[in-house]
Structures are given as C-alpha cells and as structure tokens.
Write a protein that binds this ligand. Structure first.
Ligand code: 0O2
Length: 206
C-alpha cells in the first residue's frame, strides 16, 4: 500500500471541509446571530488506527475506501443540542457532497454512553487524475458530549479497549450528567445567546 498516495485526497477533504464549515461559522457571526458552531476540528485517521480497525472488522485492503468510513473525519462542536440539528439541516441542504448515512447517537446513545450525531458523506475532490469521491465522517456534538467522548477515548486507549467495570459504570453516570448539563443549558439558551450577542457587538466596536 502506498499510504502517501492513498491518504492525500483524505487530507484534502479534511482541509476543504474545515474551510467551508469555518466559513459558515464566520457568516453566522458577522450576521450578528448566535453561531451554532463553537469550533471545528478535523483529522486523517492515523495508519495504525486504520489497520487496527480493518483487522477488528475483517476489512480487506481493497475495501478500505468504502468500508472504513472515518479515514477522513471532521468534528463540529456546538454549544446546545438544538444547534446540532441546525447544523444537520444546513448540511442536508448543501449541494457540494452526498449524504450516505446518518446516525443519531443522541436519540439512541451507544452502550458506552457515547452521544453524537454522525453524518457519513461522499465528498468529491479534484485530483490530478480527475474527481474522486471520498467517504468522510462528520461528527456533530455539544461541548459536553465532546468532553465526555474525549475522556472516554483516552481511557479506552489507556486500557486497550478493556475499561474496568467500575470505571465503565462511572463513565455511564458521567454521560448522563453531561446530558443533564446539556438539558439544563438548553433551558437558559435564549439568555446565554442574548448575552453572547451583546458581547460580540462589544468586541466588534472596541
Ligand atoms: P478515532 O480515534 O476517533 O478515529 P466503531 O468505530 O467500530 O465503533 P463504526 O461503525 O465504524 O464503529 O462507526 P461509528 O460508530 O460511527 O464510530 C466511529 C467513530 O465515532 C469512532 O472512531 C469515534 O470517533 C466515535 N465513537 C463511536 N463510539 C464511540 C464511543 O463509545 N466512545 C468514543 N469516545 N467515541 C466513539 P474511532 O475509530 O473509534 O476512533
């Protein structure tokens, strides 16, 4: 496998999508509206992680492009749960990629306690050999969901996917607490947004 050649279009997709999503965020801000996007990150899955997933799921090399759907990954982090669905609707209306699948792990959380909205898309990139459609995963989640997932991800790494039962049940409780935090914040959303608008205007003028 020539990894450099294989991964190059994935890196391009991640960069292009980051630019586009950051553009959306800026547009919300200069229209002086609450931005549903807090921040955006993206990464190309590291080679050892691709190989581990392929091994775990029994995916042969010629199926990597279609069956490992998160080689290119972009994450959109929002303040409020509602914002996630605002982003989902905006992404659904775009004409620059095709949606293959949507997974709502917010309505239906994963066994671990994980919550997020996943959108799997096919994104066309221009290469010197013509257009290539790259399968990409967009994860959309709140700050609280991101906090939980980041910590759980670290623990999974530390324990090589075998988190001890005691920590696992604490993590499940933490996931519920994070969800409760999202619910509580949603109840004062208008107040928070109004305060942020005032602050944004102040920053613009000074
Ligand atoms: P990384 O390091 O983020 O790239 P699978 O990966 O087998 O669970 P599948 O069907 O490939 O499942 O896709 P799914 O469920 O949409 O998960 C893909 C990605 O979602 C994961 O990538 C994580 O980023 C995230 N994710 C899914 N479940 C969990 C979870 O329980 N905890 C955390 N922290 N993240 C999760 P990778 O490859 O695991 O890792």
């Amino acid at each position: 496998m020539n990894w450099e050649a294989f991964l190059a279009p994935y890196a391009q997709v991640v960069e292009e999508l980051k630019v586009k999503l950051k553009g959306m965020r800026a547009q919300f801000e200069y229209e002086s509206r609450h931005s549903p996007i807090e921040f955006i990150t993206g990464r190309v899955k590291p080679i050892p992680s691709i190989l581990e997933k392929a091994h775990r799921k029994g995916i042969p090399e010629h199926r990597f492009e279609d069956d490992i759907q998160d080689i290119a990954g972009v994450r959109v982090v929002c303040q409020f749960v509602d914002d996630i669905y605002t982003i989902v609707n905006l992404l659904r209306s775009r004409k620059d990629f095709f949606i293959i699948e949507e997974k709502d792990y917010i309505v239906e959380k994963k066994e671990s306690g994980y919550r997020s909205y996943h959108m799997i898309i096919k994104y066309p990139v221009e290469t010197i050999h013509g257009e290539k459609r790259i399968v990409t995963e967009i994860q959309i989640r709140t700050l609280a969901m991101n906090f939980w997932a980041t910590n759980e991800h670290s623990l999974n790494y530390k324990y090589d996917g075998q988190i001890p039962g005691k920590i696992k049940s604490r993590l499940k409780r933490a996931a519920e607490a994070a969800f409760k935090l999202d619910e509580e914040m949603s109840n004062i959303k208008e107040e928070v947004q109004e305060a942020q608008r005032i602050f944004y205007e102040y920053k613009r003028k000074h």
